[in-house]
Design a protein around this ligand. Structure first.
Ligand code: NAP
Ligand code: 2RA
Length: 378
């Protein structure tokens, strides 16, 4: 495709005091716009980041793909062109505008501060900086304005927390959230690419009657459920479970929020589901709740239980929106509502949220329909 054919698509805008010239949807995107690095590009989230940057037409002039030495030399496609994966080194990211980190907390802790100091804005998917007061923890639809408080590093929230809060934030603004009780049903892709392969192998082994030897999880995951996501803490909860309270407080600006959560790994490839009971300051009302959720960007209400219409991981996998169903007044707790929310944790719980943060930073909307991040009204 010739660049000149697409000149009518050219856009110029000023961001960070610098002029950017971009031709959306053409190969010129590879030579104009922002230099974006993905650290952990070969992982479950990293691969998805590439696809989201393409799909949302984020203005990329150059993409840099980084992983460990194990994947150096591998080639991945971006806008139809092959890009070589390079081993991450201390000076690898010099000269980039943005770095999306998705290679685990250890890598983030070691490299993100160096990279940020060199002037690259880091969006970090790991839990390394989420509780650091000077690092904004952002779900763009909920607290997008916090992004501009960054000092070089912005944290992407835990996936289960982000998906749950997509359903709870509009209800909080209506009724005043006090407490969350929740159980999650988390897909194996939440653990990463090796866990996806483990579930595939175990299903094949089960069908063939072969021996199953768990490597990633402590027990067989195929045809099983494990009440164990992340490591256990002294209070009997896991780290993953406490993220809902700790990160929820920061994202909703609600220091008094309390949450009791049980996180469960299930033999699902993609998309996390959460059964939530939320208690509010004021009595919730189902009609108002449904209306608020329908209006909230990034959420779809799918709630006709009599017709067997409610979200499932299979129907939500690959979708940007989080889907909410089974809305009901809780029959056992005062001022409470129960609901079921499902979101693709590789998208809203990771790659999509990270790219939406970049869009906020450059004030550029994305999406196939040209629509981007909409902040809540008021
Ligand atoms: P993954 O599939 O295991 O991928 C890990 C990535 O990190 C790979 O690209 C790997 O490269 C790279 N890596 C590992 N060690 C490295 C090193 N020393 N230097 C450079 N790169 C290194 O994991 P993932 O599921 O994508 O998760 C990545 C991060 O995102 C984690 O912090 C996770 O907690 C977070 N997160 C994940 C999800 C999810 O749904 N999966 C959701 C939210 C947040 P090689 O190919 O070279 O091994
Ligand atoms: C999980 N929350 O599903 C994590 C994503 N790394 O395990």
């Amino acid at each position: 495709m010739g660049v000149l054919d697409r000149r009518e698509d050219e856009e110029v805008w000023i961001a960070d005091g610098r002029e950017r010239r971009v031709v959306c949807g053409s190969k010129k995107e590879m030579s104009a716009g922002y230099k974006v690095a993905i650290v952990g590009a070969t992982g479950a989230v990293g691969e998805e980041m590439l696809r989201v940057l393409e799909r949302r037409k984020f203005p990329v002039s150059e993409v840099g793909l980084f992983a460990s030495g194990r994947s150096a030399g591998r080639r991945m496609k971006f806008f139809g062109e092959e890009v070589e994966v390079r081993e991450l080194r201390r000076d690898s990211l010099d000269g980039y505008d943005f770095a999306l980190f998705s290679a685990g907390s250890g890598v983030s802790r070691e490299y993100a501060p160096i990279v940020a100091k060199a002037g690259v804005v880091v969006v970090d998917n790991s839990s390394a900086f989420r509780m650091e007061p000077e690092v904004p923890l952002v779900v763009p639809e909920i607290n997008g304005e916090d992004v501009f408080l960054h000092r070089g590093i912005i944290a992407n929230p835990n996936c289960t927390t982000a998906i749950t809060l997509m359903a709870l934030a509009p209800l909080h603004w209506l009724f005043g959230l006090k407490r969350i009780f929740a159980s999650s049903y988390q897909a194996v892709s939440g653990t990463g690419a090796r866990a996806v392969e483990e579930l595939r192998e175990q299903v094949r082994a089960w069908v063939n009657g072969d021996e199953i030897r768990p490597r990633v999880y402590p027990h067989q995951i195929a045809f099983n459920v494990l009440p164990h996501v992340d490591s256990f803490l002294e209070n009997g909860y896991t780290r993953e479970e406490m993220k809902m309270q700790n990160e929820g407080r920061r994202i909703l600006h609600l220091p008094g929020l309390v949450a009791s959560v049980t996180c469960v790994r299930v033999p699902v490839f993609r998309a996390h589901s959460v059964a939530v009971t939320a208690q509010f300051e004021r009595p919730p009302e189902i009609g108002c709740a449904v209306e608020a959720l329908r209006k909230f960007p990034g959420v779809v209400v799918e709630d006709e239980p009599g017709e067997a219409k409610y979200p499932t991981p299979l129907s939500v996998a690959g979708q940007d929106e989080c889907r909410v169903g089974r809305l009901r007044l809780d029959c056992a707790l005062e001022n409470a509502m129960s609901l079921w929310v499902v979101g693709d944790q590789l998208l809203k719980g990771a790659a999509l949220n990270a790219v939406q943060i970049l869009e906020l930073l450059v004030n550029k909307s994305g999406g196939e329909d040209g629509g981007g991040v909409d902040l809540k009204e008021g």
